[in-house]
Ligand binder design. Structure first.
Ligand code: NAP
Length: 283
């Protein structure tokens, strides 16, 4: 089995996605449209600052404009919503990304809902979530979309497979479950109240780790030959999967870093370009 073992290279997948965008960006800029992503960071959490900086510099490298809005951590929900509404109304902004998490006193759901659907490039609104559930979303959440993109790039079959998703957050666990279901996987969603988690994971052909706990998924839980997708990103570049132990059992596995992370950013860029194309069609 080891000779067939695949390390699912997110950098390679991201590169292939970005290559498809170059011509589209050229085409837009030739018509006077510079695709632009607005990122909103509230407060000064160092990891969030790093993520936002990475997203902005990825935009720049590809010729996408970005506008970074950095708001004081003491801002109110109303003030944050007002800032989002300004970006909604700005025709030069095509995508809006509110970096998660926001400080606890802010109503994050209300802030996400303030993002106009045609600028919701990270699929965080309830409308975007519902469209994703129906398989009609222009902008499915970026990390779930990245997971599907990796499976597709490596031509790993989804239909008929048993996918076990560990985590049920609205930006990751739930939407990726729906996307895999829409692709005819049989899906089991696990969470912090799930009983017999190791046994359930042991039934999976595809495991998606979206837990937020370093090295949580154990090698002993993984069925021989399963595909392991680690969406986790914890301090010290550690995923949610015990990589060394799971690598031994898996037929294919994403590393951390250079797994799902770079593909998530590529998806964000792809969605921003698509939003810019659609804005042109509307004018
Ligand atoms: P989250 O909102 O904290 O959700 C974590 C989920 O894990 C919850 O549904 C929780 O269950 C479940 N969980 C917690 N402890 C568990 C346990 N012992 N057994 C089973 N399930 C358990 O996190 P998130 O935003 O979805 O992020 C998950 C991970 O993905 C994090 O490491 C995050 O950094 C990473 N992430 C990566 C990217 C990327 O670009 N690669 C993007 C987004 C997030 P309950 O619902 O019962 O609480």
């Amino acid at each position: 089995m080891s000779s067939e073992k695949l390390i699912l290279d997110g950098t390679r997948v991201a590169k292939s996605i970005k290559e498809t965008l170059v011509e589209r960006i050229d085409h837009l800029t030739a018509r006077g449209i510079l695709p632009c992503l607005a990122t909103i960071l509230v407060g000064d959490d160092p990891s969030s600052e790093t993520y936002v900086r990475m997203k902005s510099s990825s935009c720049k490298r590809l010729g996408i404009d970005s506008r970074r809005i950095h708001l004081n951590k003491a801002i109110t929900t109303e003030e944050l919503i007002a800032a989002i509404q300004q970006l909604n109304a700005d025709p030069q902004i095509h995508g809006i990304l509110l970096q998660h998490p926001v400080p606890p006193h802010i109503d994050e759901r209300a802030a996400f809902e303030a993002i106009q659907i045609d600028k919701d490039v990270d699929g965080v609104t309830m409308q975007g979530f519902a469209q994703n559930a129906f398989g009609t979303a222009n902008f499915p959440s970026c990390t779930p979309a990245a997971i599907l993109a990796i499976l597709d790039y490596y031509q790993l079959p989804i239909e008929g497979k048993h996918a076990v998703i560990v985590g049920r957050s609205p930006i990751l666990g739930k939407p990726v479950s729906l996307m895999l279901l829409n692709r005819n996987a049989t899906v089991t969603i696990c969470h912090s109240k799930t009983n017999n988690l190791p046994q359930i994971i042991g039934l999976a052909d595809i495991v998606v780790a979206a837990v937020g706990k370093p090295s949580f998924i154990q090698g002993a839980w993984i069925k021989e030959g399963a595909i392991v997708l680690d969406a986790g990103y914890n301090a010290g570049n550690i995923g949610d999967v015990d990589y060394k132990a799971c690598y031994i059992k898996a037929s294919a596995i994403t590393p951390v870093p250079a797994g799902i992370g770079p593909v998530t950013i590529a998806m964000l860029l792809k969605h921003t370009v698509f939003a810019a194309e659609k804005s042109k069609m509307l004018t």
